[in-house]
Design a protein around this ligand. Structure first.
Ligand code: 6PG
Length: 248
C-alpha cells in the first residue's frame, strides 16, 4: 500500500482536486477495462465534491456504489443515497442500472444480504471486489463508512456487506466491510475542517486500532485528501505530503 497526504489550502481547492482525481481515474479505468467502479462516501463532506463532478464524464460506463447507508428510506434527509441523488445523480446521465443503492428501507440484515448479492453480481467470481476508487469520510471518533469503533462489523472477515448496530448512535447501519475497503485499487479519505485535526493527527501518528487506521490496502493506493484546517496538527507526521496549491 502506498499512502499519500494531499493537503489543499481550502475547501474549493480540495473539491477541484477531488473532482480531477475522480475524472482521471474514470478515464483510466474505462480505457483499461471498459468501466469505472466508484464507491461514494456518505455524510456531509463529499456533497460539494459530488456537485462538482461534470456531466461530461463517460457516465454510461460508470457504476456507482455506496460505502455505507443509514437504515432509512431513500427519500429521508438522513439518506446517503438522497444526498448523492440531490448533488449528483439528478444531473448526470447515469443509467439506472449503474446506480447500485443500498436499500436502507429494508430490514438491515435483509438489506445487507441483498447488497452483497448485488455487488457480487458486479464482480462475478471475485474473492473480493476490486473497486477502482472508493471514497470515505472519517468521523471525529476515527470511524470510516459505518465501521465505528468497537462495533461488530469492524471485525467481519468474510462478508462483503454487513448490517452493523452502532450503540454510539443507537442506530443500525449498512456498511462495506474492512476486507472490501482494503481490496480496493484506490481509497481516498476526505477530511476537512478544524474539528477533524485532532483525530487526523491521532490516526496518522501510528498503526493503531481505530477503524481509519485499519484501512490498509492489500494492493492499492491510499490518499488522505484534506484541507489546511484539518492538517494543522500534522507537522510531526512522517508520510509523503503532496501540497495541492491551486484550483485549476
Ligand atoms: C455516514 C458516513 C460517515 C461519514 C463520516 C464523516 O454515513 O455518515 O459514511 O462515515 O463519512 O461520519 O462525516 P462528515 O463528512 O459529515 O464529517
Amino acid at each position: 500500500m502506498t499512502t499519500t497526504l494531499a493537503i489543499c489550502p481550502d475547501n474549493d481547492t480540495l473539491i477541484a482536486a477531488g473532482a480531477r482525481r475522480i475524472a482521471d481515474r474514470a478515464e483510466k479505468a474505462i480505457a483499461a477495462r471498459g468501466r469505472f467502479t466508484l464507491v461514494l462516501a456518505g455524510g456531509g463532506t463529499p456533497r460539494a465534491l459530488y456537485a462538482a463532478l461534470p456531466a461530461s464524464l463517460d457516465w454510461p460506463r460508470i457504476h456507482v456504489f455506496w460505502g455505507d447507508e443509514r437504515c432509512v428510506p431513500p427519500n429521508s434527509p438522513d439518506s446517503n443515497y438522497r444526498m448523492a441523488k440531490d448533488a449528483l445523480l439528478s444531473r448526470v446521465p447515469l443509467p439506472a442500472e449503474n446506480i447500485h443503492r443500498m436499500q436502507g428501507e429494508l430490514n438491515p440484515h435483509v438489506a445487507a444480504d441483498a447488497y452483497e448479492a448485488e455487488v457480487r453480481r458486479c464482480f462475478p467470481g471475485a474473492a473480493w471486489p476490486r473497486f477502482d476508487l472508493l471514497l470515505l469520510g472519517m468521523g471525529k471518533d476515527g470511524h470510516v463508512a459505518s465501521l465505528f469503533p468497537d462495533t461488530a462489523a469492524l471485525e467481519e472477515t468474510t462478508r462483503w456487506v454487513a448490517a452493523n448496530h452502532v450503540p454510539q448512535l443507537d442506530r443500525w447501519r449498512l456498511t462495506l466491510t474492512l476486507p472490501v475497503i482494503n481490496h480496493a485499487a484506490e481509497v481516498a479519505i476526505l477530511v476537512t475542517g478544524p474539528q477533524k485535526a485532532a483525530i487526523l493527527r491521532e490516526v496518522l501518528s501510528d498503526d493503531g486500532h481505530l477503524p481509519a487506521q485499519r484501512v490498509r490496502l492489500v494492493d492499492g493506493a491510499l490518499c488522505w485528501l484534506m484541507d489546511a484546517e484539518a492538517a494543522t496538527l500534522l507537522d510531526s507526521v512522517m508520510l509523503p505530503i503532496e501540497r495541492i496549491s491551486d484550483v485549476t
